[in-house]
Write a protein that binds this ligand. Structure first.
Ligand code: CP3
Length: 343
């Protein structure tokens, strides 16, 4: 069995010092990331350039010695592989062609037709398996079907996921068929990442918080459970992290219902609450408000210590509650890591 700290925490071990990595750790707050992105031309060209994508994945590992590296890619590459148009408007975010009805869904490719398009991503994983330090765990990822569907239906990021909720209300069968296709395609995509060398998989459901009641079960819990069961059947022992962001009470029991080994927690709940209600079922990760990476100082030190203490009785991987933002100060990341490792 591997002695990598992240893998030990995911097996349920309580470590004296929690291992640490950060969502969006390869990103615009780092000058070396901005330089490599300029070399690639733009964000999507960077994602599909395996050598440069591996390089930006490694940058935060070299600079900070994080315990895990996360594959550099994006959750919207899968819809693109299924046939959606995708581009990024500078300073605004992603834009996609929209799926508004059954005809739009029928025009998409099948779950097994994605691999030619995604081959550069698998190659990035293979490069990383050779280049990462031996103690660093490699995390592969995909978006959860609901979150990916919200972008495919609206054609962009939305505050309230209104267009996706509207399609769900108007034509639940078409909406459910899109979720099913994404679930199947996500299983194939993640399985190839694991075959290429990803050691852990994370499923990002960034908009899980807007699903309530039966919808939360049908479109957040059930797809995650199906993806996790299929991946574990094909790759026995594969550890999986689920991130149903802003699920609130939905975090309780999420690991048991889906089979996830670890639940990532945003910063809308307290670490003390999450320790009592979520960590009882296994490993947890996250919770530090990303704004501390901008503001730093004693507040950052105090909050980091508070989260380490709150989660100290169970398995824990230190992380932020969401991605680090472009205006973060790289020195604050170093201060966070020093606080975790030196107490
Ligand atoms: O965490 C990592 O360092 C690994 C790489 C990664 C990226 N995106 C790179 C990225 C991961 C895991 C993602 C996941 C992702 N992408 C999510 C789920 C997690 C979350 O943040 O809630 C979502 C919703 C997306 C879709 C997406 N990609 C949006 C909405 C945007 C624009 C917003 C923004 O931050 O600019 C992106 C762009 C993106 N993805 C960037 C990076 C580093 C910034 C693009 C740039 O360099 O210009």
């Amino acid at each position: 069995m591997s002695d990598k700290t992240i893998l030990r925490a995911l097996r349920g071990e309580v470590l004296p010092t929690p291992p640490v990595w950060m969502m969006r750790q390869a990103g615009r707050y780092l000058p070396e990331y901005r330089a490599t992105r300029a070399q690639a031309g733009d964000f999507l060209s960077l994602c599909y350039n395996s050598d440069l994508a591996a390089e930006v994945t490694l940058q935060p590992i070299r600079r900070y010695g994080f315990d895990a590296a996360i594959l550099f890619a994006d959750i919207l590459l899968l819809p693109q592989a299924l046939g959606a148009d995708l581009w990024f408007e500078t300073g605004e975010g992603p834009r996609l062609s929209t799926i508004t009805d059954a005809d739009g869904l029928r025009a998409l490719k099948g779950k097994d037709d994605i691999h030619d398009h995604l081959a550069p991503i698998y190659e990035t994983v293979r490069i990383l398996t050779r280049e990462l330090p031996r103690e660093t765990t490699l995390i592969g990822f995909a978006g959860a079907p609901w979150t990916v569907a919200t972008y495919m239906i609206a054609g962009r990021g939305t505050k309230d996921q209104g267009p996706a909720h509207a399609l769900k209300a108007a034509d639940r069968a078409t909406f459910a068929a899109l979720i099913d296709l994404l679930t199947d395609a996500t299983i194939e995509y993640l399985s190839k990442q694991v075959e290429a060398g990803a050691e852990v998989i994370k499923i990002f459901d960034s908009w899980a918080g807007s699903l309530k009641g039966q919808d939360f079960h049908d479109f957040a819990v059930a797809p995650a459970a199906r993806i996790i069961a299929a991946l574990k059947a094909r790759h026995p022992g594969l550890p999986i992290i689920a991130f149903p962001r802003e699920a609130g009470q939905g975090y309780v029991g999420f690991a048991k219902k889906t089979g996830a080994d670890c639940v990532a927690i945003d910063n809308s709940v307290s670490a003390e609450w999450a320790a009592e209600h979520v960590q009882v079922d296994g490993c947890v990760q996250g919770n530090l408000d990303p704004r501390h990476m901008v503001t730093g100082g004693q507040d950052l030190v105090d909050e980091t210590r508070r989260i380490v203490k709150a989660f100290s009785k169970g398995p824990h991987i230190f992380n932020l509650g969401h991605g680090i933002t472009p205006d973060a100060n790289p020195d604050n990341v170093a201060l966070m890591i020093e606080t975790i490792r030196k107490g």
